[in-house]
Design a binder for this molecule. Structure first.
Ligand SMILES: Cc1ncc(COP(=O)(O)OP(=O)(O)O)c(N)n1
Ligand SMILES: Cc1nc(C(=O)O)sc1CCOP(=O)(O)O
Ligand SMILES: [Mg+2]
Length: 222
């Protein structure tokens, strides 16, 4: 038996919805095209009101339109902030931040098979705690400036390097990621890149963005 750590897996894309969606049908079509364009590991429904809090009704509307389609395409669907809503909508899991439900509580509610992700911002300590509490991944960020979320803190590549070398819990990189700035995060050890505007606002459209991210992952695959 070998005591060597298993080889690192190829980095994968973790899509995050725009915070507001005006036309749910048009978004559904755009998402379907994006999911057909290349590998996408997961999709987070992150619908926010003007106050930055989860928009429950928008999440329900978008969820009913896209969750089954994404799951049929092999994409795990997570709901931002609300484990209860994840349960109600039949999603695969929830992403929780520092001010949201604790990881342990979400696990109790959703059970052992649910995917529970946790925000670590730029804190290795918070990430360790989330891993100990049973998170399936930890998310470091923000690696680049972003207009999608207020109040982010800058994160350094070294967090990914150190985490990848020492820990088995997968790490996600988030914050202002585009096809133009993704490569260093892949090389540093991110298991997943979580991307919102870098996909939905790509100049050639979301499907082209998914293709371009996957080309980067292929090129830099370990
Ligand atoms: C994959 C991923 N990472 C981090 C976050 C941020 O979560 P949080 O700090 O709770 O902030 P909001 O997204 O709720 O504004 C995330 N959503 N997804
Ligand atoms: C939701 C979120 N959380 C962040 C964090 O640093 O924890 S940054 C961020 C915004 C992600 O969207 P975009 O890809 O458009 O920058
Ligand atoms: Mg949150």
């Amino acid at each position: 038996m070998s005591d060597k750590a298993p080889p690192r897996a190829r980095t994968r894309l973790y899509l995050i919805t725009p915070p507001q969606i005006g036309d749910v049908q048009a978004f559904g079509k755009s998402l379907e095209d994006a999911l057909r364009a290349g590998d996408v590991a997961s999709l987070q429904l992150r619908l926010k009101g003007q106050d930055g809090m989860i928009d429950m009704q928008a999440t329900r509307n978008v969820g009913r339109a896209v969750i089954a389609m994404a799951q049929e395409a092999g994409v795990a669907v997570l709901i931002n902030d609300s484990a209860e809503l994840a349960q109600e909508l039949g999603a695969d899991g929830v992403h929780v931040g520092w001010d949201d439900m604790p990881v342990k509580t979400a696990r109790k509610l959703l059970g052992p098979d649910a995917i529970i992700g946790a925000t670590a911002k730029n804190s290795y300590h918070r990430a360790m705690q989330a891993g100990e509490d049973g998170a399936d991944y930890v998310a470091f960020g923000a690696f680049y400036p972003t207009a999608t979320k207020e109040g982010t803190v800058p994160a350094e590549l070294e967090l990914l390097e150190v985490w990848q070398a020492a820990m088995l819990v997968p790490c996600v990189a988030i914050g202002g990621i585009t096809v133009a700035n993704a490569a260093p995060l892949v090389t540093a050890g991110a298991d997943f890149l979580a991307v919102s505007s870098g996909v939905w606002n790509h100049e050639e459209g979301p499907a082209a963005a998914v293709r371009a991210f996957n080309a980067i992952f292929d090129e830099l695959a370990p």
